[in-house]
Write a protein that binds this ligand. Sequence first.
Ligand code: TXA
Ligand code: MG
Length: 354
Amino acid sequence: METKIRKLRKSEEYQEENRKTLQEAGDILKRGGLVAFPTETVYGLGADALNEEAAKKIYAAKGRPSDNPLIVHITNMAALGKIVSQIPDAARKVAEAYWPGPLTMIFEKTKIVPYGTTGGLETVAVRMPSHPAARAVIDAGGGYIAAPSANTSGRPSPTRAEHVAEDLDGRIEMIVDGGPVEIGVESTILDMTVTPPMILRPGAVTREMLEELIGEVAVDQTLLKADSRTAPKAPGMKYRHYAPKANLVVVEGEVEKVTAWIRETAATKQQEGKRVGIIATEETKESYPDGDVKVAGTRADEATIASSLYGILREFDGDGVDEIYSEAFASGGIGAAVMNRLLKAAGHQVIRIT
Ligand code: TXA
Ligand code: MG
């Protein structure tokens, strides 16, 4: 299959071309085909969520295990009413505050949502994205679009159209290229079918933000540990995701000690003939004379690190490094999502410097 790659362009003179691109994307989705498109979090791989055969194609294209349910993307609250059997008051409040945006909620599903979309579950995950291109694609495609991250299963989620092409060229009908995404880590997942509501995956909408609105919010404790015996509640969180090809180790502790440890270890490894990658920040990048140093952003704002992390992991795959050492980052706000993804990418290999 030839994958069409279509760029969306900002300036006025391209409006007609953009409209045609979005129309074409919608037509493919309505016919049961696959289209990748940008959202504010990461690129998604879309299919008609109410068409079981279409949703199944997603699993084949990504090499995704079939018990891993998909998120249904919508653009309005009327659509939510069709696919979920009950909307708790707390969910309405959260929707009012954070939809459209980087948040997914889990509800009991209605019959029109096929098990092929929910991985056999009676619940369905729903998100209303804010990205204008995502909204246009969803509407053009019929209003209910199942979309996991548009990567091959096990690779970092795509934050640019080029990442999607790397993984899925030839396996899907179209990629809508809207440039780099804004946030860079996947949406927060909040399970509204339990009391108190529970965060199954941290994202840009943080626990603090949610608690301010609806009171107590729990966090799936399995997210925080390396222990693989207890299965996380979001089936997808159990897979070794976001994994770079090289061995990745996260180094925690006081910043000066961490940089000193990484500097020395990088020098030793290089002498042994190993190629070393280092994930640093604006504040620390000068500390590393050896190794392939990539700046993830600034410690003054973890959102900068969120937006570059997945791209950096992909670059290291391209560079062919053997070992990657990453500084640990602060875990407040969106830092919780950053550290969750980084630790998963590292298979929870952490060295604590005291
Ligand atoms: O930001 C995002 O959420 C992106 C963009 C494209 O919207 N999508 C995304 O989808 O990250 P995906 O498929 O890569 O991750 C969905 C996660 C998986 O861990 C899956 O197991 C979980 O959501 N999930 C989906 N439905 C669920 C359900 N009914 N109950 C529990 N977890 C569910
Ligand atoms: Mg994913």
